[in-house]
Design a protein around this ligand. Structure first.
Ligand SMILES: Nc1ncnc2c1ncn2[C@@H]1O[C@H](COP(=O)(O)OP(=O)(O)OP(=O)(O)O)[C@@H](O)[C@H]1O
Ligand SMILES: [Mg+2]
Length: 241
């Protein structure tokens, strides 16, 4: 059992001779924070989809915290996906549900008990300072608030891994920085975080690993500068977030 995310010689073609990812090998430690950068069309979202088992590798292997994605049985995929929190650029908040209902949704899917939902959702909303919005419908929220709801929803089932594909793509720079701070805070509490972003000015403010994908290969990786590390007292905190 490895507690890392390991991609080994990963190739992805959506159609013959159209290589989107070429022999990608990448290891991400448990508790790491990784920015994934690179030009449009370079393969960033594809990489995330492979990790989420929304797409299959053409060749190579991916192992996520000891789970080999290639040998995973089809019936185990929904459970696997529930162990990962996902934040989308366009928030994907459900408009006819309140903030509470939106955040509760993954717990309902995971068949959590009612009393656990009633306890957990306000707690997570509180972490993101949106507890007073619990009964609001999304149309009354700002972009930044919607994204906080999106992150709260991604975290409600306490995932080991949080994946965000351009979470700040639709919000202003100040709010973007705040969202990145929140993701950084989540990482400090022990969750591994992978964030795709184009926002170099935000990335520069955080001392995390930056992996740059270009035309399907890893062009640079400043792994040596990684600062994010899980410490023992932070692990205990992970059990509450
Ligand atoms: N489902 C698909 N079928 C066929 N080709 C695809 C599919 N998804 C992505 N591609 C192609 O794969 C390449 C990489 O796409 P991907 O979405 O991974 O890029 P990206 O780095 O996320 O770009 P962006 O920054 O614009 O989001 C692109 O050329 C794209 O057209
Ligand atoms: Mg993309």
């Amino acid at each position: 059992m490895s507690n890392k995310i390991i991609l080994k010689d990963v190739n992805k073609e959506y159609s013959k001779n159209n290589k989107v990812l070429k022999d990608i090998s990448l290891t991400i430690d448990d508790g790491e924070f990784v920015f994934l950068m690179g030009p449009s069309g370079s393969g960033k979202s594809t990489l995330l989809k492979l990790l989420l088992k929304e797409e299959e590798v053409t060749s190579g292997t991916i192992s996520v915290f000891g789970t080999n994605l290639q040998s995973m049985k089809k019936r185990d995929v929904p459970y696997y996906k529930r162990t990962i929190g996902i934040v989308f650029q366009d928030f994907r908040i459900i408009e006819n549900m309140t903030v509470f209902q939106n955040v509760a949704f993954p717990m309902i899917i995971a068949q959590a008990r009612d009393r656990d939902i009633r306890k957990r959702v306000p707690y997570v909303l509180g972490l993101f300072s949106i507890e007073d919005k619990a009964n609001c419908y999304p149309r009354k929220l700002s972009g930044g608030e919607k994204q906080r709801v999106g992150i709260a929803r991604a975290l409600v089932n306490n995932p080991n891994l949080l994946i965000a594909d351009e979470p700040t793509g639709n919000i202003d720079p100040i709010m973007s920085y705040e969202i990145m701070e929140l993701l950084s805070e989540i990482n400090k509490r022990g969750t591994t975080v992978i964030v795709v972003t184009h926002d170099l000015s935000v990335v520069k403010k955080f001392p995390f690993r930056v992996v740059e994908v270009d035309n399907g290969i890893i062009r640079s990786d400043n792994k040596n500068e990684v600062i994010s590390k899980k410490s023992s007292n932070l692990i205990t905190m992970q059990t509450v977030i």
